[in-house]
Design a protein around this ligand. Structure first.
Ligand code: PEP
Ligand code: MN
Length: 263
């Protein structure tokens, strides 16, 4: 169902009054985790001013260690809803499991399925039963084919509103957190009609290098980006080492706009 052979023209995903996968590039930005009211509202305002059209922020966090910050959970969802109301930005947050799906779906415009859950088939089936747009992130060691088959699980249940997201894969290289596989962008654009986003933050995992990968992703043909932005990256409760501060994000957005306009 997701193949270009079945449907030749690009699919667009409508979220609120936005069209993803159309002519315009859309940027989702915000902190890795929602940490406080002040943090999420100030970030929402800053990323909106810089040109982002959607806000991200984790509430239920899938952390590598059980002793790390796990997110504000339900309180985080409520804060995201407040930030949405305050700024008009649409919001996305990760749905970590089927148990929290209903609560997450109630508070968000796009359901994010994380890399660690790309092949959680029960979760894919459950989000496939909803009619909420889904941002499906590529698994840490998943092939492009496996990503497409994971999308197929969602679309097969009747939810056609799927956006794919390249977020870096695990390779032998350990100078960076992951290796952002920009090969995936033109490959996916050829293989599927679904919109393709890129997450340069998790893709490279090095704050100073994120703007270069934002530019590269857009030049490669991505339909949009999801970028981690924090008011004070060194103090972030998760992923501060790869989060841009407000001024870094604003500058990078100007560069991205210039590249998009030249294409
Ligand atoms: C995130 O977006 O903060 C996240 C956990 O991403 P991923 O699932 O790609 O690791
Ligand atoms: Mn993160």
């Amino acid at each position: 169902l997701v193949s270009r052979e079945v449907k030749a023209e690009d699919s667009q995903v409508r979220v609120g009054d936005l069209t993803l996968g159309g002519a315009a590039i859309h940027v989702i930005a915000g902190p890795c985790s929602v940490e406080s009211r002040e943090q999420i509202i100030s970030t929402a305002q800053a990323v909106k001013k810089a040109g982002a059209t959607m806000l991200r922020g984790g509430a239920f966090k899938p952390r590598t260690s059980p002793y790390e910050f796990q997110g504000l959970k339900g309180d985080g969802l409520a804060l995201l809803a407040e930030a949405r109301k305050e700024t008009g930005l649409l919001v996305t947050t990760e749905v970590k499991d089927t148990a929290t799906l209903a609560a997450v779906a109630d508070h968000t415009d796009i359901l994010q399925v994380g890399a660690r859950n790309m092949q959680n088939f029960s979760l894919l089936e459950a989000v496939g039963e909803t009619r909420k747009p889904v941002l499906l992130k590529r698994g840490i060691s998943a092939t492009i084919k496996e990503l497409l088959m994971a999308a197929e699980y969602i679309v097969a249940r009747g939810n056609t509103q799927v956006i794919l997201c390249e977020r870096g894969i695990r390779t032998f290289e350990n100078m960076t957190r992951n290796t952002l596989d920009l090969n995936a962008v033109p490959m996916l654009k050829a293989l599927t009609h679904l919109p393709v986003f890129v997450d340069p933050s998790h893709g490279i995992g090095v704050r100073k290098a994120v703007p270069a990968m934002m530019r590269a992703a857009v030049a490669a043909g991505a339909d949009g980006l999801i970028v981690e932005v924090h008011p004070d990256p060194p103090r972030a409760k998760s992923d501060g080492f790869q989060s841009l501060d407000f001024s870094e994000f604003e500058k990078a957005m100007g560069e991205v706009r210039a590249i998009a306009a030249a294409m």
